[in-house]
Design a protein around this ligand. Sequence first.
Ligand code: GYE
Length: 628
Amino acid sequence: MNRHGKNNRITAIAVLMILLLSLLPAGCRDGADQVAGGDKVKYLIGVSQANLIEPWRILMNEEIKDEAVNHKDLRLIFTDAVQSSNKQIKDVEELLAQGIDLLIISPNDSAALTPIVAEAYKKIPVIVLDRAVEGYDYTLYIGPDNVLIGRDAGKLVAELLQKQGGNVIEIQGLSGSPPVRDRSEGFREVVGSTGHINILDTIIADWQRDKAEDKLAELIPRYPRIDVIFAQNDYMALGAYRATRKLGRKDVKVVGIDGFAGPTGGLKLVEEGILEGTFTCPTGGREAVQYAIAILNHERGIPKKIILRSNKMTRETIPEYLQAREGRQGNVSRTGGRIVVGFSQVGAESGWRIANSESIKQAAKDEGIELLFVEADQRQEKQIETIRSFIEQKVDVIAFAPVVATGWEGILKEAKAAGIPVILSDRAVEGVDPSLYTTFIGGDFVEEGRRAARWLAAKTKGWPTVNIVELEGTIGSAPAIDRKKGFDEISKDHPAFKVLYSASGDFTEVQGKEAMQAALAIYGGDIQVVYAHNDDMALGAIQAIEEFGLKPGRDILVVSIDATRAAFKAMLEGKLNCAVECTPLLGPQLMQAVKWHMAGRQLPIRIITSEEVFPSELAAQEYSSRRY
Ligand code: GYE
C-alpha cells in the first residue's frame, strides 16, 4: 500500500468520524450515555456549585451524589465556580452546551447569576439551591429561611443571657450575601427587641474558621466583657471558641449555625460543650435530586419554592434529633389502619374554595387516606372546635385553612401536646412559633398582590391618574393582608395610583357587588380600576358596574386574583382584564406531605405553589386547559 493509499484511508476514516459526530444532537453529551453499571442515561443533570471551600457546600454536593445513586438512569456533571460569578456563568454556558436536561445551581451571587439562570430557564428546567436569584425565572427554589434561623439564634442568645442581658459579638459570612444579610436581620430583630443585649461589634470572616479566629483574637482585648459570640456558621464558631480560649476568656459562650452530624460537625461541638448551641441548616441537595426527577418526569404539583426547616440543637435536643434521624422509622397510623386526616375547611365562600375542597377530597381518595372534612362557614371558633374534636378522635394528621391569620396559638399547642402534626393549607398563621405546625402549603400572596400592581402599572403607563377601588378579602385573613401589602409595595413607585375606596367583600360575589355599589355611589365615573383580592368579588363588581351603566373591562379596568374558569369567561367577554393565578389544587401536595410525614421524613417549613399571570390577551388560548 503506497503512501497515497494510506492517506486516502486516513482521510476516509476522518470523513466518516466527522459524519458520525455531526449526526449526534447539538451540544451532545460526551458519548458517556452509559452510567456506571451500564444503565442507559435517561437524564443528564448539570450541578453548578458556587465554591467548594465552604464545608456546607461540600456536604450539599455529597447529598446530591448520595441521592442520585437511587436513580439508576441519572448522570450528573458537577462544576465549581471557585467563588467567581464570571466563572459560574461560563460553567452554566458549558453545561448547556453539553446538552443537560436540567440545571441545579447554587449561585455565587444572586444578582450576577440571575440573567444566565433566566437564560437557561428558557431552554430547560432550573432548580436554584440556597441563594435565591432575583425574580421568578426558574422552575423551583429550595433553601432555608435564614431570617427565621437568625431569629431562633437570637432567641437562644436571649435565653443564655436571661434577664440581665449582656454583650454580644456577631461573626458574619461572605459580606453582602443573602444568607448573611437575612441571618443578621433575624438575629438583630430578636436581640434588639430585648432591650438589654448589646451588639458590641461585627466581624466579617467569609465563612472561614481561621479568619474568624484571627480577627476575633485582634478584637477581644478591646472588650473587657464579652458574654456571647454568635457566628453565622459552625466553622467560624469553632474559630471564635479557639480565639477566646487562647486569650483566657473561658466565660465567653459561642453559638453557631449548620449543625452537621459526624466527627467534625457542629453537633459534636455542642455535645463537647464547645458551642452552647447551633441550628441545623439542611443543604437541600437530596430534595433537589428528588424534585429534579419529578420535574423531568413531568409530574404535576411541582411547587415554586421549598423552604427547608431548621432545628435548634442544644445538648438537650440533640439526642432526640439524632434518634429521630438515625432511627427514622415511619409513624404508624393511630387507628392501626388507613391514615386518618382531619381537615377543617374555611367554608364555601368562593369558586376557588369549592375547587380547593374538591382537590383535597379527590387526592385523599386517590391516596387511600381517610378524610374527615368539616366546613366552618368562615368562622374561626367553628374551626377551633373542629380541630379540638379531631384531637379527641386521635386522627393521624390535622390540616386546616385558617380563616384568619391570628388566634391559633392555643389550639395549636393542644395539638402539639397530643402529638398530632398540623399542616397549614393555603393560608398561613401569624404570631405563633413555627414549631407549632409541621408545614405550610400554599401561594405567595404578597407576590400575587405585586403581580396585580405590576400588570396595572404596565397597562396604565402614562395615565395622569389611576383611581382604584380595592375589594379586600376576609378581614384579618392572610390573603387579604398580604395581597394588599404586595399591591401597595409596587404602587408606591407609581404616583398616579390612588386607592379611592377600599372595603372588604369577604371573598364573596354578593359582598363584592355591594362594596362596588357603595364605591360607585360615591365616586361614579371617577373610578378607573377595580383591584379585587379574588375573582368572585370581581364578578360581583362587574355586575354592579354594568348596572351603573358603565362597561367593566373598558370604562373601568378590572384585575383580580385566583384565575378561575369563571374569571377566564369574564376575560373572554372583555369584562375582566387580568387574572393573577392562585392555585386551589393543593390536594395532591397536601396528601404527599401527609405520606412523607407518616414515612418519618422531615417536612419543609413552607411549600410555595407555582403560579402565573393571565392578562385577557391569553384567555382564549388558556381557557380550555383551566382545571378549576
Ligand atoms: O383567593 C379566595 C378564597 O385562601 C387563597 O380564599 C384563598 C382565598 C382565595 O376565598 O377565592
